[in-house]
Write a protein that binds this ligand. Structure first.
Ligand code: MOS
Length: 754
């Protein structure tokens, strides 16, 4: 095939160390799709499946002399420390140091989390860290921790969202997430006048990230230089927050995080393991390693806050929505963020009269923060049941109701189109593939022996943000490309899609690319979070590769504007030179950073999908079995269908957890999450979901990035739980609006013969 001439549509100022993406992407080398878009295996897969990937706690080769730190969590929900007697702990065998607020020195807070990494004398929440004990071995540290005598004076706290709800107020606008209040038209008037109305409350519980790898850090001081091997999603936030917390210069902090065993939003930036390991290492005079024991994680760290939501939807008898209102209440430590559950309702369906309102109460539980599509996941759990209820009231197919109320413009700002929106295509494709037309709208009509069978659907929507990301790309004289960026791979596939990007840009096979991630000495990336990592980090690598292409072409005397990079060669007209030749006189480097203009303001940029679920509900016991799930997604160019599919399946699994299992049970007297381990906090396992299928629609979004790609990390969960809830209703006729949907909420309501 004739090689196309590539024009970079970004306003490319080739001399600057910064490229700006502010016009839609034109044709570029990525469009060759020789490597991008292929289902490449994870390049880190073998290391992970053979147990040889070195996670934070396993960096023994780098830090052979680390002592062990053990963190002690507060035994009250709120109050203060009256005294700490550490005499016997200090005497215990192997003990090297004990750090509490009494000897820690001043500690500030980072910019993202509001909870303090170390309590004292005030205790802000249960299991907030009160001490770290350092010893020669883990067992010695743990044993000595048990000898600390800490006396508390407990104070009354606010632990129940339902009680605190009435004192909630609109939160201040956050750095990201929807504004606390939005409106268009006259919601109240239109709702009251609507001939068909839904007005319901829904609730979602506190949830835990429950990632596999616990938070863990090894800290080492070298003079004033602090190095941390840690498990973190955003290296740049971590450097910023650790420097601020400890009152040291950012330049003196280095974070290393090559492999991460899941984050799910819970490792956005540094938490107590990083701060206390750093303090402990300073006191001990040697490196210290710390992992949070699982039972400490649930109350010490962050979680997704519970919500109470009210949905009001008014429609004409033909199903056209005329009014849509969504209010949500959540709680947090003072100053903490709100669970922004209204985000999707602002954009998902048409309707001239609209209102969303967030309300935040002060609660004294552990800090609520980002988890697995924060805002959108719990918001869609409510909105998409409400749509099912509206369809039933209208006696309309829930699929048709959604299609009827599709919009190609931001319904709050009709002058702002979506950059790309294939919601209807997702719904229709899924309906056909899943067998939606076999659905009986009457619950209880389909059964297999003692089991009632139902199917349900929900729309999916999730924001597609991008953020600045930089990378450095090197070419050596063997023709090997090495990419360096502080991007993280939290199990998502970053290593692989970054390698694919560099391979495509430089015209080499994937095997010729080495990717080095997760080190703050590399150029600053977007990090992993908010579904922005894949799109942003690959755009940074794209920019760096353009620089390297230019340097390589010049090195072999080819006009960079004519140069094509194909099959390990640089070509222009009749000229062709092996790529490795360009580095014959020494390694070449390209470094750049991709920034974004106002395309995301001018065009609503979201990812879309449709979720389908089939369940069986036991007519006698109310036991629910999830039988199959399907997600159809439209999310820009899919960089690697294998890793993207894994992302969506992970999200669907989290949706199943949210629908059926996951709930932190709050003790309202003492103020803590009771089920603080993986025996009590249940997440789905393979046996819970026998069949999952994912379909990606063919899509490119030139408004998103030069790769025309978007992230998919959080799309898979947004809507997935409601599809299951709707399937349960279709199976057994019981409408549960309080997640998770457990059999105790069904059993008293079941009315079909056993
Ligand atoms: Mo994600 S929960 O925004 O890391």
């Amino acid at each position: 095939m004739a090689a196309p001439r590539y024009v970079c549509a970004a306003s490319l100022s080739e001399r600057n160390l910064q490229m700006k993406f502010d016009t839609p992407a034109g044709s570029n080398p990525i469009d060759q799709l020789k490597v991008i878009g292929q289902p490449a295996d994870r390049i880190d897969g073998k290391l992970k499946t053979t147990g040889t990937a070195t996670y934070a706690y396993e960096q023994n080769a780098a830090v052979p002399d680390a002592a062990y730190g053990y963190i002690v969590g507060a035994g009250i929900g709120k109050g203060r420390i009256a005294s700490i007697d550490s005499a016997s702990a200090r005497e215990a065998s192997g003990v090297i140091a004990i750090v509490t607020y009494e000897n820690a020195g001043p500690l500030a807070k980072g910019e993202f989390y509001v909870a303090r990494a170390l309590a004292g004398p005030q205790v802000d929440h249960y299991h907030q860290s009160v001490a770290i004990v350092v010893a020669e071995t883990f067992e010695q540290a743990r044993a000595a921790a048990g000898l600390l005598e800490i006396r508390y004076v407990a104070a009354p706290g606010s632990f129940d969202l339902a009680t605190a709800k009435d004192s909630a107020t609109p939160p201040p606008p956050a750095g990201f997430g929807p504004p606390p209040q939005t409106s268009a038209g006259d919601f109240e008037g239109a709702f009251n006048a609507a001939p068909v109305q839904i007005d319901q409350h829904y609730s979602t519980p506190d949830q835990a990230h429950a990632m596999m790898e616990p938070h863990a850090t090894i800290a080492r001081w070298n003079g004033k230089q602090l190095t941390l091997w840690t498990s973190i999603q955003q290296i740049n936030w971590g450097v910023r927050d650790l420097a601020k917390t400890l009152g040291i210069a950012k330049e003196d902090v280095r974070l290393i995080s090559p492999y991460i065993g899941g984050g799910f939003g819970g490792k956005g930036t540094i938490l107590c393991d990083a701060v206390l390991a750093s303090l402990a290492a300073r006191h001990a005079g040697r490196p210290v390693k710390v992992a949070l024991p699982r039972p400490l994680m649930f109350n010490n760290l962050t979680h997704r806050p519970a919500t109470i939501q009210r949905l009001r939807i008014g429609a004409n008898r033909d199903g056209v929505i005329t009014a849509i209102g969504h209010e949500s209440w959540s709680g947090n430590l003072r100053g903490g963020r709100t669970e922004a559950a209204t985000a999707s309702t602002r954009l998902l369906y048409a309707g001239a009269n609209r209102m969303t309102r967030l309300n935040l109460a002060v609660l004294d539980l552990a800090e609520g923060s980002a988890m697995r599509a924060p805002g959108e996941a719990p918001g869609m759990m409510a909105l998409e049941i409400a749509m099912d209820e509206l369809a039933e009231k209208l006696q309309m197919d829930p699929l048709q109701l959604r299609i009827l109320n599709d919009t190609q413009v931001d319904p709050e700002q009709p002058a702002r189109p979506f950059s790309k929106r294939q919601l209807v295509e997702c719904l229709n494709t899924g309906a056909e593939r899943f067998g939606w037309q076999q659905r009986n709208p009457q619950p209880g009509q389909r059964r297999e022996g003692g089991w009632l069978i139902g199917i349900g659907l929900a729309s999916a929507i999730r924001g597609a943000p991008t953020t600045a990301s930089a990378a450095r790309v090197r070419l050596d004289r063997q023709g090997v490309i090495t990419v360096e960026t502080d991007m993280t791979d939290i199990g998502t596939g970053s290593y692989t899609i970054i390698a694919q990007t560099a391979a495509e840009m430089m015209g080499v096979p994937l095997e010729r690319v080495v990717v080095r991630l997760g080190d703050s000495k590399f150029p600053e990336s977007s990090g992993s979070g908010g579904q922005w990592g894949a799109a942003s980090s690959t755009a940074g690598v794209y920019a760096a590769c353009l620089k390297l292409r230019e340097a390589a072409a010049r090195a072999v005397g080819i006009d960079p504007r004519q140069a094509e990079f194909v099959d390990g060669q640089i070509r222009a007209g009749s000229q062709q030179v092996a790529l490795a030749e360009a580095a014959a006189n020494g390694e070449l480097t390209g470094e750049d950073r991709m920034e974004y203009g106002d395309l995301a303001e001018r065009f609503a940029q979201q990812t879309f999908g449709a979720h389908f679920a089939e369940v069986a509900v036991n007519a006698a016991t109310g036991e629910i079995r999830l039988r199959r799930q399907l997600a159809v997604c439209a999310a820009g160019r899919i960089l690697n269908p294998k890793t993207a599919r894994s992302q969506i399946i992970g999200g669907m699994t989290m949706g199943a957890g949210a629908a059926l299992m996951e709930e932190l049970a709050v003790d309202h007297r003492i103020g803590f999450f009771v089920n603080h381990d993986l025996a009590g906090y249940e997440v789905p396992v393979h046996a819970d979901i026998p069949h999952q299928e994912v379909i990606f629609l063919d899509e490119v979004d030139p408004y998103a990035t030069p790769l025309k790609a978007k992230g998919v990390g959080e799309l898979g969960i947004s809507g997935a739980a409601a599809a299951i809830a709707n399937a349960i209703y279709n199976a057994c006729g019981v409408r549960v609006r309080d997640y998770p949907i457990t059999l105790d909420k069904l059993i008293g309501e079941l009315s079909y013969p056993v």
